[in-house]
Design a protein around this ligand. Sequence first.
Ligand code: GLY
Length: 596
Amino acid sequence: MKPHRPFTDRLSTDRFSICLLFALVLSLAPVFALALSPQAQPQTAAVATHPPGAAIASGHKLATEAGLQILAEGGNAFDAAVAVSSTLSVVEPISSGLGGGGFFLLHDAKTGKDVMLDAREYAPESAAPEEFLDKNGELDRDRSVNGPWSAGIPGLPAALVELAGKHGRLPLQVSLAPAIRIAKEGFPVYARMAKGYASRREVMERYPGTREVYLRNGKPIQEGDIFRQPELAHTFELLAAKGFDGFYRGETAKKLLKGVNQAGGRWTAKELAAYQVKQRTPISFEYRGWKVTTPPPPSSGGIALVEMLQILEPWDLQKLDEAHRTHLVVEAMRRAYRDRTFFLGDPDFVDIPQEVLTSRDYAQGLRATIHPDKATPSDLLSGKPTPLEDEETTHFSIIDAEGNRVGGTQTVNLLYGSGLIPSGTGVLLNDEMDDFALKPGTPNAFGVMGYEANAPKPGKRMLSSMTPTFMESPEKVAVLGTPGGSRIITMVLLGILGYDAGLSAQQVAALPRYHHQWLPDVISAESGAFTPQVAEALKQMGHQVDLPGETAADGRGSSHVWGNLQTVMWDRRDNTLSGGADPRNPVGEAKVELKP
Ligand code: GLY
C-alpha cells in the first residue's frame, strides 16, 4: 500500500509542478508570441532607438508646416502640437477651435510614460435637461445644436496652456506665433469651408459677432477669398501673453460672457474660470504583439477598441477571405457599440464597469456569441438603438526626433459648431452639448442616443468618440486618429488592422471604410469598400449592406465617403519615418523632416 502523503507535502509537490509549468510557459512565451504575431519577426538586427527626424500629419498643410516650423525653432512634439492645434483652430473653423475641446494623447520618450489630456468641454451650471425640451416635452433641436445653449465651456485654450507649460520647452508666444500670423494675414478659403458655410448660413448669421467675421460687404465667404480673423489673432495674443487667464479671465472672458448672455444663454464668470484640463491614464492593451494606447472615458473610443480587438484577436484575419473577415469585424463592431450606448459617460460622474468591459474574459464571452458565417441580428443583443452619427472634428499626429509623440483630436462638434461668435473674440463656440443624452432615449441631431450615464449635469463632460491612438511593436511605432463622429472608432479599428496587416501609413489613411454600430442593423460602406461579390457574400450571411449612390467604375459600390485620417509611422528596423494624409481631404498634409 502507498504511504499516505500529508496535505502539506502534496501542496508543495503541486506548487513545484505549477512553478515548473509556469517557468516552462515563460521560457516558451517568446516562441508562442513569434508564432502568433505577424509583427513579431525574429530580432536579428538591432532596431533604432530614435527616429531620424520628425513627422507630422494634419488636416491642413498650414498646420503641418506650423508644427515643423516650431520643431525647427527648437521645440519638441508637444510644442509642435500647440502650433498644429492652434493653426487648425484658425484654418479649420468648420471643425475645431478655441471655442471647442479635444483629447491629446502624449508619449514622453524620456520617461516612457503616456498620458491623455482631457480638454473636453463641460456643461455650464444652467444646463438642466429641461432647458433643452420644447413646450411639448420634446428635444428642442435648435437649442441643442445652434447658439448659446448648445455650447459647453471650452477646453482647447486650457489644453494649449497645459501642453506648453507642462510638456513643451518653448513659451506660448513662440508656439502660438504661426496661428497668430495666419489669423492676421489670412489664408485662402477652400471648398469644404465655403460649402459648409452655405449649409450653416442661416444659423451663423443670427449672431452679430459671427456676421462681423464671415460677411464681406454683406456677402458670405467664397472659395479662394483670403480669410482674415484679426479678433481671433488678438484673442490668441492674450492667451500667449497671459496663459490660462488670457482666455478664462479678464478681457476675453468678459467678451465671451457678454456674447453668450446677449444671445440668450447663461454662462457665469465663475464656471469659465473653473475650467480644468484633466490628466487621465490612457487605456493600454496588447493586440497581436502591438501595444495599443488609446483614450479612456469620457472618450468612448478606448473601451470600444479594446472590446473589438480582443474579440478579434484569436482569429488570423489575413487568412480569411474578405467576406468572412469583414463579417467577423462587423460582429465585433456590433457588440462594442451596444455597450457604448449604455455604460459610457464622464468617469467623474458615473461608475463605468471599465475593468469588466476591457477584460479578456468579457471579450471571450462576446466572441462565443458570434456565428462564423451568420450575422447576429442586432435585436438579439439586448438594448436600445444608437443610429448613425456624423460630425466635423479634426485630428493630427506627431512624432519628433526624440521619439515623443502626440495624437490630438479636437472639435467644435458639428460643422461650424454652434454658429455663435461672441463679438470681438473671433472665437466660434462649440455645440458639444448635443453630445449629451439631452433627453434620454431620444436620438440627437445625428441619431445618437444615450441614457443616464451620459445625461447632462453642471460640470459634467459629454461622451465623445474622439480616439487618438498609439500603436507600438518592437519594430514599429504609429500614431493615428480621425474625425467622423461615431464612425471615428471603427475607422481607427480598420487603421489598426491595416497596420497589423503590414500596410504603409499612406495606405492606412486611404483604406476604404465600412461601419456598423449595432443599430441601425446595417453595414454602411464607402465607395470601394466592397466588390459586388463581397457585398453579396455578406448579404448571404444575413447582413444588410448599405451601398447607396453610384457604382464606381471598378464595380465597387457606394459613392459616399467619410473621415479624414491623419497618421505617422516610425519603422525602427530601417529607421524610416512616413506619414499618411487622408486623400479624401485635399488640403491635408503629412510631412517628414529628417534631421540635418
Ligand atoms: N463631437 C464629436 C465627438 O466628440 O465625438
